[in-house]
Design a protein around this ligand. Sequence first.
Ligand code: ADP
Length: 224
Amino acid sequence: MYPDLEKNTIIRMFNVSKQYGKMEALSNLSLEVRKNEFVFVTGPSGAGKSTMIKLLYKGETASSGAILVDGMNLSRISRKQIPMLRRKFGVVFQDFKLIPTKTIFQNVSLVLEVAGFKPKEIHPLVMDVLERVGIADRFEEFPPVLSGGEKQRVAIARAMVGTPKIVLADEPTGSLDPDSAAHIFRLLRSVHARGATVIIATHDQQMINNHNGRVVRLEKGRMS
Ligand code: ADP
């Protein structure tokens, strides 16, 4: 635990750099995010937005610098502590990452099974989030029969089912039509209204203009 970490700060990045071989994707990035902030990370393709998101849940490891998430120092945690870190997050991806051979219900319930919830507790929690994203009537169907917008609603249900402290979304509307994209944004807003910290990587300037939120702009791996 880090007593110097301000009480209302949930994420702190100090001088974080990330190299992929010789390519420096992020350079000396420092950023603080408060609890329940709504943050857009924007910038052109290749700016380092995805890399920043991945570093937060330790999908990638920083080359240098320090990242603190809700009291955990990511460069000090052991492999065994990674599941504990991951439980703090719900993550939404541009390509949904649903399991095609599992039903919509199972795609969402898996999160709670892994987190050790009892089967009796799982059913109402899953149905509640599917209801909230407006897809509860399709719970027995499989992802391939859904439209892109519907798949993303399932992905949002999966991201919010364990009531994680932080929801990360990497270009969540990148492959959706404008109506579906607007729906997904409303859902991310509702996740925020229920208390989560929400960080969205997007290059959709119109979405950013239409919604209140802090904007962090990256260019060539630096804050601009
Ligand atoms: P953005 O999300 O803003 O498009 P990324 O974080 O995906 O940016 O990429 C930043 C830079 O790092 C790009 O130049 C990209 O090609 C490079 N990069 C990203 N991931 C990898 C990887 N796994 N291996 C090598 N280079 C990568």
